[in-house]
Every structure is written in C-alpha cells, then in structure tokens.
Design a protein. Structure first.
Length: 485
C-alpha cells in the first residue's frame, strides 16, 4: 500500500516523501482513512508503531481542507493531549514536519517552563494545540485558550494518562469542549478503565489495533553480557570504544547512577550527558538535541525521562542496570529498531540482577542470548536461563487499597524479584514535583467512590507536578493481545 492510496492531500504526501517513508505503517494504513472520513477512532497502538503520524496526517488533511471557522478569541481547532512533556514536544515536532507545506499554526504547551510565552503563542488562536493536561487547565483558567471551535480531540497514550492520575484533569478538559467533535483515542492497551473513559468521550468509534509490543522485541537484536557490578562502566566503555558506537542510549535505574555514569564516561573521554527527572526541561531538551545531532555520543537516561524519547533509527540501547519492572525492558529496547529500522539492545547483567532477568525472559517469552566479551570473565557468573516462559497471570484486583487504574492493575504482579508491586512502589523514590502513584491511586479511588479528591499540586502555577509523571506506568505488552480489533 502507498500513502497516496490513503486519500491524503499532495502537500502531505510531499512532506511524507521528504521523511523517506516508503509505505504507511499498519496503524497508519488502518486509522488514516477513518480519521479522514471524520469517524471517531479507538486505536490500540504502542509508541514505535508510527501512531503519531497515524493521527497527525489525517488531522492536518482535514484541517487544511475545511475552511477555518470565523470567530474571535484564542481558539484551537485540534487538541492533542499527551501524558508527558517529551511526548508533547515530539508530537508537536511531527505536526510541524508533516504540516511543513500547509498553512497550519501549531503550539505546544506543558508544565515545568514559564507560562507567559505559551500564552503569547496562543494569542489569536492555533490550528493544532498539543498539551499536557495540567498546563492546559492552567492556561484555560487564565483565559489563554478557548475551545468553542474545537473540531478534533486526540488522547495520546490514554493508558499512561490514567496510570499517572490524570483522569480528573481529562474529565475537566472534556467538559470544556464542544459536544460535537471528532475524537481519537490512542492507547497501548484497552483495559476496562480505558473503555470506561472512552464511553464518555468517543461516539460510535471504529476500533483498530496493531501487533503487540512483543513484536517490537522481535525486531530488536537483543543480547546480554554477564558482568561484575563494579566492572559495568569499564565494560560499557569498551563496547562503545571498540565497536565505535556513535549514538548510544544507556538506561540507568537511578538519577544518581545516571549522573555518576556520565562523569565516569566523560573522564574516559566518551562524551555523554544525562537526562532524568531532576534536570530542568531546558537541560533535558538540550541534552536530547545534542544527542540527536551527534554532538554527544552517549545519553544516559532513567526510565521516566526516556519515556517518549523518539530518535529515528537509534542504533544502540544499553541496559546498564536491568529495570525493576520487567515491562520497562520492553519499552527500553523499543527505543531502537523502530518502524522497521534494525537496532541492537545489550544488557549488562550482574549476578544480583538474575531474578530481574528471569522476570524479563518470562515476560518476553524467550531467552535473551548471551554474549561473551573477549578477555573478560566476571567473578560471579550469572546462572543459566531458567527457561520459564509461562504466561504471567495478573493479580486479582484487590477489594481494598488497589489502584483503580486498569493497566496498573494489570501490572501489579510480582516483578520476578520476589517483591510485590506494593513493596516495589514503596522502593521507588519519588521525583521532585512528581505526582506519586499513591496520590494518583488514592485520588482515583476517592473519585470512584464519589468523594472529594485532593488537588494534585494545583497551587503551583506551572503543572510540572502532573506533567512529569510516574515511572511505573507501563502496560503489560503481553496483554496487548486482548486489545480491540
Ligand atoms: P511513533 O510510533 O509515532 O512514535 O513513531 C515511531 C517512529 O517511526 C518515528 O521515528 C517516525 O518518524 C517513524 N515513522 C512513522 N511512520 C513511518 C513510516 N510510515 N515509515 C517509516 N518510519 C515511520
């Protein structure tokens, strides 16, 4: 199939060609014609499937082919809600890229940065507004944006928004929108909670889905090297230098660990920078831009900060530490080998991380192939694979104290390291300004019971608290099979 077969206009086809895309990805082929036809769409698709273009292209097509409504005020014609600042920035970049041959005004707003420049950008209205929920509400409260002329609403990564406790913000936003509008809901999974939310948003939707996240795993060349914990930096440096890797995304479990690793790499002459929740938005954007431009060879990221990082054809991902939650492994390695590009993901695994490895292999239902580094042998070797690829059964929802978010419930199984999710979450250090899962969960439970909900740091005039998100929000890729379609 060709992009031209989807009914997209010439200026969009030209922009697509410039990107070098030869054919639509499955989610694009399935969703674009329905969006162009004006239907509401619920799409089950993970990041990395080309979903952003799946909604951006047809929205641009529609907006540019219908007359701009006349009227005054700071109106938006299309609104895209995303859970994180990074994703918002990336969606905005996609809108700019695909809309480069069109007269389309775009704005992106998120917390953690000054609100005034964003208010100025919204003056006179925009065609496409990409926003995180908290900052959008702040702007609306200050009359900087109106929605009387809104034509399209997109909820991107709806499951993560629920996991991050945005349900109330979303409900408040929906109430501000005109009833007659097109709705597009993108989510990795369609849990009961997402379906409940969808009922209040979409009308007679077309449901589309693409293959589950584990297919991402198949397109990535994975391996692991058994190492001594104390040798990890040395082994990583060897891999980078000996193989002449130029663009490596390295995952560290903690912010502190990320900073330390950057210092050690720089001391060994390898340009590196860190991206994590303690860095300002400016520092994060700069680090990502330098990494993308090839000025910095290694980007060390924590799971939270890496969420939504989109770098075309990222060649190498290294798990310096294995993630505490097995699902994060799939998301980490999904940063490489995207949309058909080949990629390599190597994990440096020390003896004490064996249980985490067992959980990962059980989740992805295969053994991670082991590699040997010439002349290197860890003192404590890693035990052989357990070969345990049984299905993981989700815990039964708890009657009390359980989180009401569907995908979090799906994930509330043992992490394979013998810890329950409750214990695990208490081990997760809270990021500054971060809405904790417990706060979000408590609020969600209270809301379900019809009780008053504590504001999520609404005192702050920027919404970084809500926009920074939670680290434990990933959905279980194995459950993608249970999605719509
Ligand atoms: P997304 O799932 O929207 O995060 O997109 C993942 C990556 O796929 C992005 O880097 C896009 O630039 C790229 N991409 C999107 N559509 C296509 C396509 N049809 N062919 C090749 N790459 C694509």
């Amino acid at each position: 199939m060709k992009f031209a077969d989807l009914g997209l206009s010439k200026p969009l086809l030209d922009a697509i060609e410039l990107q070098g895309y030869t054919e639509p990805s499955p989610i694009q082929a399935k969703a674009i014609p329905h969006v162009i036809a004006g239907r509401d769409v619920m799409a089950a698709a993970q990041t990395g499937t080309g979903k952003t273009a799946g909604f951006t292209l047809p929205i641009l097509h529609r907006l540019s082919n219908t007359p701009k409504p006349s009227g005054k005020g700071n109106q938006a014609r299309a609104l895209v809600l995303t859970p994180t600042r990074e994703l918002a920035a990336q969606v905005a970049a996609s809108v700019e890229t695909y809309g480069q041959n069109l007269k389309i005004k775009t704005a992106v707003v998120f917390g953690g940065v000054k609100i005034n420049p964003q208010m100025q950008k919204l003056r006179g209205g925009v065609d496409v507004l990409i926003a995180t929920p908290g900052r959008l509400l702040d702007l609306h409260n200050q009359n900087a944006i109106q929605f009387d002329q809104l034509e399209v609403l997109v909820l991107d990564e709806a499951d993560r928004m629920l996991d991050m406790g945005f349900i109330h913000d979303i409900r408040r936003i929906i109430k501000m929108l005109p009833k007659k509008r097109q709705n597009l809901l993108f989510s990795a999974t369609f849990s009961n909670d997402i379906r409940q939310l969808a009922k209040t948003i979409v009308h007679d939707p077309i449901e589309v889905s693409v293959s589950p996240a584990n297919s991402t795993v198949d397109s990535v060349q994975q391996s692991l090297i058994a190492v001594e914990k104390t040798d990890k930096t040395q082994v990583l440096t060897r891999l980078i230098v000996e193989n002449d890797w130029f663009q490596v995304l390295v995952f560290s479990r903690t912010k502190h660990g990320a900073n330390r690793l950057v210092k050690q790499l720089v001391a060994k002459g390898v340009e590196a920078s860190a991206i994590h929740g303690n860095k300002s938005q400016g520092a994060r954007t700069k680090a990502l831009a330098e990494f993308k431009a090839g000025k910095v060879r290694v980007l060390v990221a924590t799971d939270i900060a890496a969420r939504g990082i989109d770098i075309d054809q990222l060649p190498h991902v290294v798990n310096f530490d294995l993630p505490q939650v097995a699902e994060d492994y799939v998301h980490r390695i999904g940063r490489t080998g995207r949309a058909g590009a080949s990629g390599e993901a190597i994990s440096l695994v020390s003896h004490d991380e064996f249980k985490l490895l067992v959980a990962i292999e059980r989740l992805i239902k295969k053994e991670v192939p082991r590699k040997h580094l010439d002349g290197y042998q860890p003192l404590n070797d890693l035990p052989g694979s357990k070969g345990d690829f049984r299905d993981i059964k989700p815990n039964k929802p708890k009657s009390k104290g359980g989180n009401s978010s569907g995908s979090r419930n799906q994930n509330s199984k043992s992490d394979g390291a013998g810890r329950s999710s409750k214990k695990r979450s208490s081990n997760v250090k809270k990021q500054p300004n971060q809405a904790t899962p417990s706060r979000a969960g408590r609020n969600a439970r209270r809301a379900k019971a019809g009780k008053k909900v504590a504001p999520e740091r609404s005192g702050s005039n920027d919404s970084s608290a809500r926009d920074k998100g939670s680290s434990r929000s990933y959905s279980n890729p194995n459950r993608s099979n249970n999605t719509v379609g």
